[in-house]
Design a protein around this ligand. Structure first.
Ligand code: AGP
Length: 609
């Protein structure tokens, strides 16, 4: 959700904080602010809107300091405004807080603090934290923070500084992520690793109920009782260049074009085309346990949920065991039934989505095996699951997930084949043929990405429509859902994804000249069924664009426009059918002038409920 950052070191603190906030902006862009300490004064600058407005304000009226904190906001409590922008101060103005998360009991705390004479200036939940620390302050900032956070209910990652103890930043977390960057005589606190990459690759991930005190000479870690902690530093392999646009107009477009290599990187070193074996011992769940798995439950949100649906079709087809796919936000509150021989797979690119993390914690109580499929190394979900299968997509900055979706499908295809091998559902010859087909996928994806002119023209033709129906069947039903989600979230056009066969049970009523249909029709086991669904639409004068195999001569007679893709093993068609839908959404949003990388009301990692 929000992004917090803190810096102590010899570099220009204002530019370090600004640059860091730019790298965090995908987490929320309703307002932004920084606070820097200059001698015994705190200088605060906050704006409504984007980091670019904060940068402009600081260019017009610069502030200086030796260390400081910053924040970019996704508003939950208190509308987006300069007043509600972080950092928030206590009554004295000598202490400031930046916060990511939600304080659920802030109203009752605010009431009590008001009665004690504290004066509140904002509508936010966060301001309560500043006044609580002020209430408990008695010569030790970390002790005051320790006492204050014990009164908080909800989720929080905070960074605090006070002129009463110069040269110190105290941070703490319960829920949302917080990572400490250990540089050469410079130290950082941040919501994720992206802002740190250009300064250091040596980091420490804070766990829940941990506090860190960073000063010019180092970082000290404590638990919430004040007990000192020894923490292991991790080395991050991502490079600073990976979070740059590299000449593309938008991060989303760059990430769409990175997909063939991302799939290669996710498959790399995990399959042998000699033995036909899938090599996934790295996941940390033993083949003995996997052999006895009777059922799989996949839990996720948004695009990761759609990847989970593709995983369902892959596992059921290759492993022949039942698979349920669940929305994390629903599943965590259900009275779900789990068995020790169940495998729960939690899919999350960020590894920090609050609903998915909470669902994982809930299912762990029932002791099934749990596997995380994550893209961010050492993220909370990857740390807390029993096993983890990392996708190798690199940092994804565009709020709309694209390359991580393809990487998740690659990971699920590998895992399905791995489980099928362990359970002897496929023999060596079959496995080898699947791996050979899988290995050919990235090249076929490149062929599609080399022909975007046609899609650009098509998007121009359809950029003024206000409604779209996306249809797919069998393993491409999830791709219809994903295509519709992409168009919705970046172009704000209403779109619905539906199973092709379900259409005549209602949505066909929507068909008219204003509601084009985008159908996914590769030659697979449901091809003929899909063709008859399309003729039902044509009968009602509906307009159809169809993603179909380039060598399919039949389809042209059935639809208005064909978007050709190379043919491929039916189980792997989602890798190819997804690309034109991502590009269609991207070009339409771009033509409509939408903020493609930072769509309204969204954030990259949803760390609150
Ligand atoms: C997808 O484009 C969206 N950004 C959103 O639906 C996302 O997939 C969802 O929030 C899940 O995120 P996660 O994979 O990081 O858990």
């Amino acid at each position: 959700m929000c992004g917090i950052i803190g810096y102590i070191g010899s570099k220009n603190v204002v530019s370090v904080l600004l640059d860091g906030l730019k790298k965090l902006e995908y987490r929320g862009y309703d307002s932004a602010g920084i606070a820097v300490v200059n001698g015994n004064r705190i200088q605060v600058r906050r704006v409504k809107g984007k980091i670019s407005s904060l940068e402009k304000s600081l260019q017009e009226k610069p502030i200086r300091g030796s260390y400081g904190v910053g924040h970019t906001r996704w508003a939950t409590h208190g509308r987006p405004s300069e007043d509600n922008a972080h950092p928030h101060r206590d009554c004295t103005g000598t202490l400031v807080v930046v916060h990511n998360g939600i304080i659920e009991n802030y109203l009752s705390l605010k009431e009590k603090l008001n009665k004690e004479g504290h004066r509140f200036r904002t509508e936010t939940d966060t301001e309560v934290i500043a006044h609580l620390i002020e209430k408990y302050y008695n010569s030790s900032l970390e002790k005051a923070v320790q006492k204050a956070i014990k009164r908080l209910e909800g989720a929080f990652a905070i960074a605090v500084l006070s002129t009463k103890e110069s040269g110190k930043i105290v941070a703490a977390k319960v829920g949302p992520p917080a990572v400490v960057g250990l540089g050469k005589k410079e130290f950082f606190i941040s919501s994720d690793i992206n802002p740190l990459l250009s300064h250091t690759q040596k980091v420490v991930f804070l766990e829940d109920k941990e506090i860190v005190v960073i000063k010019g000479d180092g970082a000290k870690f404590f638990d919430f009782e004040g007990k000192s902690l020894e923490k292991k530093a991790d080395h991050i392999s991502w490079s600073p260049l990976m979070v740059e646009k590299r000449g593309f107009k938008h991060f989303m477009l760059k990430e769409i074009f990175e997909q063939p290599q991302v799939v290669r990187d996710t498959l790399n070193g995990r399959m042998s085309l000699d033995s036909g074996k899938v090599l996934l011992d790295e996941i940390g769940i033993s083949p003995q346990i996997l052999k006895n798995i009777k059922k799989v439950i996949i839990i996720a949100c948004g695009t990761s949920y759609h990847a989970g649906l593709v995983g369902k079709y892959l596992i059921e087809s290759l492993v022949q065991i039942p698979v349920d796919v669940e929305f994390a936000s629903e599943y965590r509150y259900r009275d779900f039934i789990l068995d020790k021989e169940d495998l729960v797979i939690v899919i999350s690119q960020s590894g920090e989505t609050a609903d998915s993390l909470a669902a994982l914690r809930a299912v762990k109580k029932k002791k099934p095996s749990s596997l995380a499929i994550c893209n961010v190394v050492n993220s909370s979900i990857s740390r807390e699951a029993e096993g983890v299968l990392y996708t190798h997509a690199g940092p994804e900055i565009g709020v709309a997930a694209t390359k991580t979706f393809s990487a998740q499908m690659a990971a699920l295809a590998l895992f399905s084949l791995y489980l099928a091998q362990i359970k002897r559902r496929i023999n060596r010859k079959e496995s080898l043929s699947y791996l050979q087909d899988l290995q050919r996928v990235p090249h076929k994806m490149e062929k599609i990405l080399n022909q975007t002119d046609f899609l650009q023209k098509l998007s121009l033709q359809f950029s003024s429509f206000s409604h779209f129906l996306y249809l797919g069947r069998w393993i491409n039903f999830p791709i219809a859902l994903e295509g519709a989600l992409k168009l919705k979230e970046i172009s704000y056009i209403h779109a619905e994804g539906y199973p092709g066969g379900e259409m005549k049970h209602g949505p066909i009523a929507l068909i008219d000249e204003k509601m084009p249909t985008l159908a996914i029709v590769p030659k697979d086991r449901v091809y003929e069924k899909m063709l008859s669904n399309l003729s039902e639409i044509k009968t009602r004068i509906g307009y159809i664009l169809a993603v179909a195999f380039e060598n399919d001569k039949e389809i042209h007679k059935k639809v208005d426009i064909v978007i050709p893709i190379p043919s491929v093993n039916p189980l792997f068609t989602p890798f190819l059918t997804t690309l034109p839908l991502q590009l269609f959404a991207y070009y339409i949003a771009s033509i409509r002038g939408a903020d493609v990388d930072q769509p309204r009301n969204l954030a990259k990692s949803v760390t609150v409920e």
